[in-house]
Write a new protein. Structure first.
Lengths: 221, 221
DNA sequence: GATACCATTTTGGTATACCAAGCCGGTATC
DNA sequence: GATACCGGCTTGGTATACCAAAATGGTATC
């Protein structure tokens, strides 16, 4: 694999894994020495990650994109539009057997499963559901939205009950799609996204002092 | 303005203006000499334009993205989802006076207006309508979809009647949004997009031999 | 005439040197 | 002590040299 892809992948993982905090300043020289690559692949990685919304310009320089509560609300509206469109397409397909693969993915999580895995599966559920639609642009949009939400969701304080509720809602959505009931699937998915948004924004808003104490830039709504 | 932005802007204009045909191969060295910049800003421009969908990788190299009829259909589904979501938000706003600015923009076109201007206004209508929603992500999605559709729409064979019909449909959509009737606006917009897609794909499909004769790569649906 | 093979050229990937703009710290002045 | 100024240092922007891989074109072989 090329250096360019290596730097991009590793830097993305560091940002998503909050090893570099939201709002932190980045210099091309630091990344260069940190990953043992020259500035050319580093710049390519920065340009790509900027379009993913993980990195912002800070004057002339670079910074890890801050968490922006207003933006999280807008992303929820955006993902509702594209996810609902995707699920309607999928519910109208003749072959909806892909649903079962997603259901199996959900069921691979239990009480023993580490939190990190729950997080990943929670995102992949939405991405894989969008993939079933067969529309590359809806898929890309959902993947993009999930990437932008990832760090915020990781910071969200979620209790066991919330995880279980999300799990149940995911299964209910799959059941509606499996039965071909597009309207029901759309309704359930909309409610799921709205609830997810409310819990997320509330949690981060309540926690914003603690998050800032950890050095994370959190922009209020 | 920096060289990076210059190269990006000029190259984008050449691609969108079909001065470089869909499917044409690009080399970094050619762009370098063509725009009098070095490879660093050239690579930055290529990376950005790749994310816009105007440039694709061709093996190890680069090419201007071909026109893909199947992709055009998928983009129509995508833009319907986001544009309808945006227009529903806008119809629910208290202050919908931005509508009048868009109406004035439409009215600035008449029989004397050059075709190029009709084309630009036809795209800007959808972009500005999405902007009124206030949602940055819906706006970005519509802008992205329009960029990807731009060359195909320019190649489309459109008669005077089709232009007039689109103009009337645009005004009808605005009227529905102005009156706050979200459902009617959504219905009109969906129909407009579906019709636009059908005419576009049909026109390009019928013309695909002629387009290929002009050296344009057109991938069938 | 078709094809397999080799030398040459071209091309993207990478590393690095140089530059100007901007940031930062120190200092002189009031 | 506050402030305005100045000089060095850091940083992104740019140009360019070098490399390996892939494309290219010519040639020998069948």
């Amino acid at each position: 694999m090329s250096q360019m892809q290596n730097v991009e992948r590793q830097l993305r993982e560091m940002i998503l894994g909050l090893e570099i905090g939201p709002g932190e300043r980045l210099t091309e020289r630091w990344i260069e020495t940190r990953f043992g690559a020259s500035r050319t692949p580093v710049r390519a990685a920065l340009l790509r990650l900027e379009t993913e919304g993980l990195i912002s310009r800070d004057g002339r320089g670079w910074m890890v994109a801050p968490i922006n509560l207003a933006e999280l609300g807008q992303i929820a509206v955006y993902r509702e539009a594209v996810e609902v469109a995707a699920v309607r397409l999928t519910a109208a397909l003749e072959d909806r057997s892909g649903i079962d693969v997603i259901a199996a993915m959900l069921d691979s999580c239990d009480a023993e499963t580490p939190r990190e895995e729950w997080h990943r599966v929670g995102m992949d559920f939405h991405i894989e559901l969008a993939r079933l639609s067969g529309n590359e642009f809806l898929l890309r949009a959902v993947r993009d939205a999930m990437t932008r939400l990832s760090r915020a969701r990781w910071l969200e304080v979620r209790d066991e009950a919330a995880l279980g509720r999300a799990w149940a809602e995911h299964h209910a959505i799959l059941a509606a799609v499996r039965s071909g009931d597009a309207e029901e699937a759309a309704r359930l998915l909309s409610a799921h996204i709205a609830g997810s948004r409310d819990r997320l924004v509330t949690s981060l808003h309540d926690d914003r002092r603690g998050l800032r104490a950890r050095g994370f830039a959190v922009v209020a709504a």
